[in-house]
Design a protein around this ligand. Structure first.
Ligand code: MGD
Ligand code: MGD
Ligand code: SF4
Ligand code: MO
Length: 716
C-alpha cells in the first residue's frame, strides 16, 4: 500500500497545531503532532484526529444540493450558480442591496478564503452583514479601537516570558487560547511556574486551567468589572504605579484616578463576589511582580460589561507598566503586518443601525442579536435573502428560537457549508467546499494574535475532486453572479479567469514578500511563502517585540486610558448598583454561564464518533449545595428555564462550580428534523442559546451577553 505523510496544521481552532497526517491509499490512518512545528512543537489535542474523520465522514456533502420541497437533491455547480445569481439579482433589483443579508461563521477565519468572503460582502454592499464576532471578540476590538486607535490592536499576552499570568474568563487548558494563540497552553502555564512565576485564574468555575494555577478566585459571573475597578483603586490609592512612566505612554491618568476613586475593595467586594482582602492582596502582588499580564477572553466578552471589562484589563496592564513590554501585553509582528494598517480602517461606529435603532453597526457589521428580527419584521429594509458562510447561527446565537422560523420565511437562502445543519437545512442551495485536507493554505490572521511570530504553510493531503471548489472559489463565483448590473458587461467567465489567478495563497505570497520580513524588503535572505512551505514546521520569526509606538493610531500617539464613553459606562454601572434587582428575581435563582469541552468545537464536531463517545457532555453543571437544596441528583434529567425559554438536559453535580452558578456548553441541539449529521442526531443535546435573551448585549460593542443569564433548574 502506498503510504505517505504530509505535514500541515489542524485548522479546527486558533492554535492551528502542526500535524502529520499519514495516509495509506486514500485513507487517513494516523494524525500525530508535528514536533518540528515552530509554534506547537508536537502538541495536539484530541480533536486533531477529527481532521481525518471529517474528511471521511459520509455525511459530509461532496456536491451542491438544491432544496426540492422538504428534501435536498444534488445539482451541478453551473446550474446552481446560474439559478442563485438570477434569484439574488432579482431580490437586489426589487428590494435593494440590504435585502440580502450575510452571516460569516467562525471556521471562515480558519482559511484565507475569508478574504473572498470579505470581497463578496463588499460587492453585495449590504448593511445586513453579521458574524460570530458579535458573540465573540468584538468587546476586545472595541476597547482596542478606543484605547489604541485600531480594532486590530487587540493586545496579546506574552505568556512565554511573563512572571505573573492572570487569566480571566478563559480556559486555555481546554481552548488553547484565542486572541493569544497558544498551542499547548498547559505546558506554557507550567513553564511560568517552573521559572518561579505565578498563575492566577479568575473564573466562577475551578476549570482545567484553574487546576494548574497557584490561585483561583471564584468571581461571581459578571463580577469582573467590579473586581478590576477595585484593583485599579488599590493601585492608585496605594501609589503602586510608576506614574511618570504611565504619563509618558498614556493620556488620562488623572481621569482614571478620579473614575476609580470610589471603587474601594470594600465597596466592590459584594458585586465581585470576592472579599476585599483578596482583592487588595491581588493588586499588591500584581504591582510587585517583575512582569505581569492580565489575559481575558470569552467569559468576560459575552457580558453586558464586555467592553468595559476588556478596557480595565488593558488599563491595568498599562498602568502597571506591562503594556508593550516582554512578559506583559504585546503586539505581534505578523508576516503580513495587518496591525500596522489597522489604524487606517474606518470603524464607523453607528454609521447605521438595525431598523429598531437598538443595535449600532461597528466596522460595517451589525450585532447578530438583531438577525432574526431583521428577517421577520416586515417593511422596507427587511432581509429577503441570506447567504451564510461557515456558520451555524441557529445553534450559536441567542434568537429565542425564532431564527428557525426566520430562515424558513426567507425568499431565498444560500448556505456555503459541507453539512446540512440546523441552519443550512433551511437553505435553497447548500454549496459545499472541499474538505480541509483537500486545500492548501497560508493563514495570515492567527500570526497577528500568536504568542510568537511565525509563518506556517498548510499543505494539501489529498488532491480535491475534479469538480471540487474551495470556499474562495465558491465566493468568487457568487461575486461574479452578483456584481452590480452596470458592471456585468465583463462576462462572468472573464471575471472568473481573473479570480483564478488571484488565489488566496498567491495573494499571501505577495503579501509576505512585501511584509516586514519579506524578500522585497530584506533581499535574498528575506521571507517567502515558499520558504515556509519548504520547512518541516514553518518559520519561527522570534518572540514578540515592543512596537506600539509604530502602530498606535490615537491623535497624540498615546494610549487613551479613559475613553469618554467608557467613563460614562462606568458611572452608569456604579449608579445602577444602588437599585439593582435582588438576586433571583422572578424565581430564576441561578446564574447560567458557558463552558467548552476538550472534544467539542462549537457546534460542528458532534458528528465525529470519537468526539462524542463516552458520557453525555451537554449537561448542566451544578454545585452539590444547589443540587441538595433542590433535591436533585447527579445524572437525572432536568429542565432549565429562563425568561426566554426552556431546555432539558442531564444534571452533572460537581463542586468545581461556584454555588449559585450553573454551566452548560453551547453548540448542541442537533435534534431538529432534517439535520444531516446522523451521528450528532443520535446524541443531540440541547441548544443553550434558547435560554439567553437576545436583547441582553454589551451596549458598546453590541456583543451578545450569554455568560450571565438568570435561570431556574427543576427535576423532569
Ligand atoms: N451560548 C454561547 N454561544 C456561543 C458561544 C458561547 O460561548 N456560548 N461561543 C460563540 C463563539 S466564540 C463562536 S466562534 C461561535 C461559533 O458560531 P458559528 O461560527 O456560527 O458556528 P460554528 O459552530 O463554528 O459552525 C460552523 C459551521 O461551519 C461549517 N464549516 C466548518 N468548516 C468549514 C469550512 O472550511 N468552510 C465552510 N464553508 N464551512 C465550514 C460547519 O459545518 C458548521 O456548520 O459560537 C458562539 N456562540
Ligand atoms: N475544545 C474547544 N476549544 C475551543 C473551542 C471549543 O468550542 N472547544 N472554541 C474555540 C473558540 S471559537 C473560541 S472563541 C475559544 C474561546 O476560548 P476561551 O475564552 O478559553 O473559552 P472558554 O473555554 O469558553 O472559557 C471561558 C471561561 O469563562 C468563564 N466565565 C464565564 N463567565 C465568566 C465571568 O463572568 N467571569 C469570569 N472571570 N469568567 C467567566 C467560564 O467558566 C469559562 O471557564 O476557544 C476555541 N477553542
Ligand atoms: S488545539 Fe486541538 S483542535 Fe486546536 S488546532 Fe490544536 S489540535 Fe487542533
Ligand atoms: Mo469563537
Amino acid at each position: 500500500m502506498n503510504t505517505r505523510t504530509v505535514s500541515r496544521q489542524c485548522t479546527l481552532c486558533e492554535a492551528h497545531c502542526g500535524i502529520r497526517v499519514t495516509v495509506e491509499g486514500d485513507q487517513v490512518v494516523r494524525i500525530e503532532g508535528n514536533p518540528d512545528d515552530v509554534l506547537s512543537q508536537g502538541y495536539i489535542c484530541p480533536k486533531a484526529t477529527a481532521m481525518g474523520a471529517l474528511h471521511h465522514d459520509p455525511d459530509r456533502l461532496r456536491t451542491p444540493m438544491r432544496r426540492v420541497g422538504d428534501r435536498f437533491e444534488p445539482v451541478g455547480w453551473d446550474q446552481a450558480f446560474a439559478e442563485i445569481g438570477r434569484r439574488l439579482r432579482d431580490i437586489q433589483r426589487d428590494h435593494g442591496r440590504s435585502a440580502i443579508g450575510m452571516y460569516l461563521g467562525n471556521p471562515a477565519a480558519h482559511s484565507s478564503s475569508v478574504i473572498y468572503g470579505g470581497l463578496l460582502r463588499a460587492v453585495l454592499g449590504t448593511r445586513n452583514f453579521y458574524s460570530a464576532s458579535s458573540i465573540d471578540q468584538l468587546p476586545q476590538e472595541f476597547a482596542a479601537w478606543r484605547m489604541f486607535g485600531s480594532n486590530v490592536l487587540m493586545p496579546i499576552a506574552d505568556i512565554d516570558r511573563t512572571d505573573r499570568l492572570v487569566i480571566l474568563g478563559a480556559n486555555p487548558a481546554v481552548s488553547n487560547g484565542s486572541v493569544t494563540t497558544m498551542p499547548n497552553a498547559r505546558a506554557r502555564m507550567k513553564r511560568v511556574r517552573e521559572r518561579r512565576g505565578s498563575v492566577v485564574v479568575i473564573d466562577p468555575r475551578r476549570t482545567e486551567t484553574a487546576r494548574l494555577a497557584d490561585q483561583h478566585i471564584a468571581v461571581i459571573p459578571g463580577g469582573d468589572v467590579y473586581l478590576l475597578l477595585a484593583v485599579l483603586n488599590v493601585l492608585v490609592a496605594e501609589k503602586l504605579c510608576d506614574e511618570p512612566g504611565v504619563r509618558a505612554q498614556c493620556s488620562g491618568w488623572d481621569e482614571l484616578a478620579d473614575t476609580v476613586s470610589a471603587c474601594t475593595p470594600e465597596a466592590m467586594a459584594p458585586h465581585a463576589g470576592v472579599d476585599a482582602e483578596t482583592i487588595r492582596a491581588f493588586a499588591r502582588d500584581h504591582a510587585a511582580a517583575r512582569s505581569a499580564v492580565l489575559y481575558a477572553r470569552i467569559g468576560v466578552c459575552q457580558q453586558v460589561t464586555g467592553t468595559l471589562t476588556h478596557w480595565l484589563v488593558n488599563t491595568i496592564n498599562a498602568v502597571t507598566g506591562n503594556l508593550d513590554r516582554p512578559g506583559g501585553q504585546m503586539f505581534a509582528t505578523a508576516p503580513v503586518d495587518v496591525a500596522r494598517y489597522g489604524k487606517h480602517l474606518p470603524m464607523a461606529h453607528g454609521a447605521w443601525t438595525d431598523r429598531s435603532g437598538r443595535y449600532k453597526s461597528f466596522r460595517s457589521e451589525l450585532p447578530v442579536a438583531a438577525l432574526a428580527d431583521e428577517i421577520l419584521t416586515e417593511g422596507p429594509g427587511q432581509i429577503r435573502a441570506m447567504i451564510t458562510y461557515a456558520g451555524n447561527p441557529v445553534l450559536s446565537t441567542p434568537q429565542r428560537g425564532r431564527l428557525t422560523a426566520a430562515l424558513e420565511s426567507l425568499d431565498f437562502f444560500v448556505a456555503v457549508d459541507m453539512y446540512i445543519t440546523e441552519t443550512t437545512r433551511h437553505a435553497d442551495f447548500v454549496l459545499p467546499p472541499v474538505s480541509q485536507l483537500e486545500r492548501e493554505d497560508v493563514n495570515l490572521l492567527f500570526p497577528v494574535f500568536s504568542v510568537r511570530n511565525n509563518l506556517r504553510f498548510d499543505a494539501k493531503v489529498f488532491e480535491p475532486p475534479a469538480d471540487g471548489l474551495e470556499d474562495w472559489q465558491i465566493m468568487a463565483r457568487l461575486i461574479t453572479e452578483v456584481v452590480p448590473l452596470r458592471a456585468r458587461r465583463i462576462s462572468g467567465r472573464a471575471l472568473n479567469a481573473v479570480f483564478e489567478r488571484l488565489s488566496p495563497t498567491r495573494l499571501a505570497a505577495l503579501g509576505v514578500a512585501a511584509g516586514p520580513y519579506g524578500v522585497l524588503r530584506k533581499g535574498r535572505h528575506g521571507l517567502t511563502v515558499a520558504k515556509a512551505r519548504a520547512s518541516a514546521g514553518g518559520v519561527d520569526l522570534g518572540p514578540l517585540r515592543s512596537r506600539l509606538r509604530h502602530l498606535i493610531g490615537t491623535e497624540d500617539g498615546k494610549v487613551v486610558l479613559v475613553p469618554k464613553d467608557f467613563r460614562e459606562g462606568i458611572a452608569k454601572l456604579l449608579a445602577d448598583l444602588a437599585d439593582a434587582p435582588p438576586a433571583g428575581a422572578d424565581g430564576y435563582d441561578l446564574r447560567l454561564i458557558g463552558r467548552r469541552h476538550l472534544r467539542s468545537n462549537n457546534s460542528w464536531l458532534h458528528n465525529v464518533p470519537a468526539m462524542v463517545k463516552g458520557k453525555d457532555r451537554c449537561t448542566v453543571l451544578m454545585h452539590p449545595a444547589d443540587a441538595g437544596e433542590r433535591g436533585l441528583a447527579d445524572g437525572e434529567p432536568v429542565t432549565v428555564s429562563s425568561a426566554s425559554g426552556s431546555i432539558r438536559v442531564r444534571l452533572e453535580v460537581g463542586d468545581e462550580i461556584r454555588p449559585g452558578t450553573v454551566a452548560i456548553p453551547h453548540g448542541w441541539g442537533h435534534g431538529e428534523p432534517g439535520v444531516g449529521w446522523t451521528v450528532a442526531a443520535e446524541r443531540p443535546g440541547a441548544n443553550v442559546n434558547l435560554l439567553h435573551d437576545p436583547a441582553l448585549v454589551d451596549p458598546l460593542s453590541g456583543t451578545s451577553a450569554v455568560n450571565n443569564t438568570w435561570v431556574s433548574v427543576r427535576a423532569g
